[in-house]
Ligand binder design. Structure first.
Ligand SMILES: [Mg+2]
Length: 125
């Protein structure tokens, strides 16, 4: 049996986080969650998830700070990730794509089920 994919979800919106968690669990992922960049980074280094889905705007330690730390650390720099945000911004998109984001998803444009499909399609590559 193939190994279960571990995904780390980072979002300060608890309701959204739980909603995505349920969707990914239904799709047979092992799910880890964090509510800000600091917590996300601690979990990423400790658990080495196979994939990360991170929000950008979060109080305290945001997604940009999180991604900078992730890319600087040997243990985590190769973990693939997608960013998920409320705001569609060309400059934010450019910045995260430069950091290696495999996609830049605006939350209102995708249902949680579609987000799961996006992640699955990136994992196949
Ligand atoms: Mg947020």
């Amino acid at each position: 049996m193939p190994k279960t994919t571990i995904i780390l979800l980072i979002d300060d919106d608890q309701i959204l986080l739980e909603m995505y968690e349920q969707k990914f669990k239904l799709a047979k992922f092992d799910v880890l969650t964090a509510i800000n960049g600091n917590e996300g980074f601690k979990i990423a280094t400790a658990k080495k998830p196979d994939f990360i889905l991170t929000d950008l705007v979060m109080p305290g330690s945001d997604g940009f700070e999180f991604l900078s730390k992730l890319k600087r650390d040997e243990r985590t720099k190769n973990i693939p990730f997608i960013t998920l945000t409320n705001l569609s911004s060309e400059s934010d998109k450019k910045e995260v794509m430069k950091k290696g984001s495999l996609d830049y998803l605006v939350k209102s444009n995708f249902t949680p089920a579609q987000v799961v499909e996006k992640v699955k399609s990136k994992l196949k590559k």
